[in-house]
Design a protein around this ligand. Structure first.
Ligand SMILES: [Zn+2]
Ligand SMILES: [Zn+2]
Length: 245
């Protein structure tokens, strides 16, 4: 089923609806760009812009299905990977193979950093941790890591605080996902994110709104630019409790 058809799939976190949502975005005229591409080249005034970002907080095994849907539609997205997760090992055989597949599909890989958590948990100095993580990812993936993203609301430590006082450029990176220098998109976009107690949230001008619209509704209304954060571990083929189905 394509979103351009009369009966697109109902809103859900099913892969089918992800595909329909992206197809609708393409049909409405959006141009999809990676974070790195937007950070490097900035806005193009006449473009209906969408940037698809994915934080692999958990369950990297759920990333390939979404990455493949994007690739099949000619869309390149940005996947941020943790290297200090207790829940998965980015350098283990299975996950590393997944990450290399994402690169082969044309997607960007960034670092999902948690410097304040790591400093508190293990005493590692943040600059050292970030530089080591970037070097390790670059080494095994044979790509340049240009960007970093942090989470602030699933841990006690607000890792974004670190990047508010340490510009990405100081770390040899092009951008941080919420900055107003390297990427400069969060505060200037409709920032749409899944998964907060099962409803969508939209930030406008950097501020949380009451808007609970699904990403497909933003695309349908041609709101722009759209900066979407979707967490692959929340999306599924048939049922949330089935890992790969
Ligand atoms: Zn929807
Ligand atoms: Zn996260």
């Amino acid at each position: 089923m394509s979103a351009a058809s009369a009966t697109p799939s109902p809103c859900s976190y099913r892969h089918e609806h992800f595909r329909d949502t992206l197809a609708l975005g393409l049909e409405r005229g959006y141009t999809f760009r990676t974070c790195a591409d937007y950070a490097a080249k900035g806005p193009v005034p006449e473009q209906l812009l969408a940037v698809m970002r994915h934080d692999i907080d958990l369950m990297p095994e759920r990333a390939p299905a979404m990455a493949l849907i994007e690739a099949e539609l000619g869309i390149q997205a940005t996947y941020f990977v943790r290297v200090h997760a207790n829940e998965y090992n980015a350098f283990g055989h299975e996950t590393l193979a997944i990450l290399r597949d994402l690169v082969d599909m044309g997607h960007e890989i960034g670092l999902h950093a948690e410097p304040l958590d790591l400093q508190a948990s293990a005493g590692v100095e943040p600059v050292r941790a970030i530089r080591a993580s970037v070097a390790a990812l670059e080494g095994v993936l044979d790509v340049e890591i240009e960007g970093v993203a942090s989470h602030n609301d699933i841990t006690p430590d607000n890792n974004l605080d670190y990047f508010r006082r340490t510009p990405a450029a100081d770390l040899g990176l092009s951008y941080e996902a919420y900055d107003d220098s390297g990427l400069d998109l969060f505060a200037k976009s409709h920032y749409v994110t899944d998964g907060h107690f099962w409803y969508w949230r939209t930030f406008k001008g950097g501020e949380l709104t009451e808007d609970r619209s699904c990403l497909c509704e933003h695309f349908d209304a041609r709101r722009a630019p759209v900066y979407a954060l979707l967490h692959p571990h929340l999306w599924f083929a048939k049922h949330f409790q089935r890992v790969n189905h």
